[in-house]
Design a protein around this ligand. Sequence first.
Ligand SMILES: Nc1nc2c(ncn2[C@@H]2O[C@H](COP(=O)(O)OP(=O)(O)OP(=O)(O)O)[C@@H](O)[C@H]2O)c(=O)[nH]1
Length: 236
Amino acid sequence: MKILAINLLNYREWTEKLGQDREWLIQKTQNEFMMKIHKICAEYGTFPLQLRYDNFIMVVDGISTEQLIVMKKDIRKLLPFDIKTCLGFGKTPLEAQMNASLCLYNSKIRENLDQNGMNDEPVVALHFDLNYNTLSLKSTSIYDSFLEIMETYLELARFLYKIGGIIQYLGGDNFLGFISINNIEDTIYKIEENKNLKLGIGIAYNARNAIKLATSALDEIRLNREKRWRIKKESQ
Ligand SMILES: Nc1nc2c(ncn2[C@@H]2O[C@H](COP(=O)(O)OP(=O)(O)OP(=O)(O)O)[C@@H](O)[C@H]2O)c(=O)[nH]1
């Protein structure tokens, strides 16, 4: 797997310059630049996991070194910060992001977008969704429902960590994960265990296409709920 990690340099200094009445401005600006970064990443076929906002990662299998270098320039042009970008490679998304992180926060290690560590592999996207979450809101408060969603997020994050996967909350009752192709069975077993969840799995040559297939698989589950997981693979 190949992961690109991005760090926004001097982010803390930028926030402190905004004064005490800054939190609304930080939230507004963070959402504005993530909006722009999502657009660029979609154009190149990837998807940013925003994590801490001042550092974030994306699966970039299926995207060439030349495209990554241009994509980085496009992102840099958008931001009021300088950025450092590092590629990481690994057998799993977790291992790849760990290797990218070693580069990102080590001032002695330069950016390495020109590094060819491993061949690109198929991207496996997981679109998790809670069953009937909206219906449950008739019998619980929106805040209790949100806490249930966050508890599920943590449960999935801990499970995926054990098999080398990564995950990001998407809003609503939706979560997006990435695993290596060898861990699909483990993930299906997890879904079989947890009756509250359904899962669309998408397999494609880049993250955007894999996510599209995962969401499409999830939509198919809603049409026929006998199975709570489905896999859709990009035709060669
Ligand atoms: N990020 C994201 N959010 C979604 C998506 N679909 C729905 N949502 C959000 O999730 C909330 C719940 O919608 P659903 O998950 O479709 O509905 P549900 O109540 O969980 O019922 P089922 O999923 O059909 O079992 C919606 O109000 C949206 O906020 C999606 O594809 N992506």
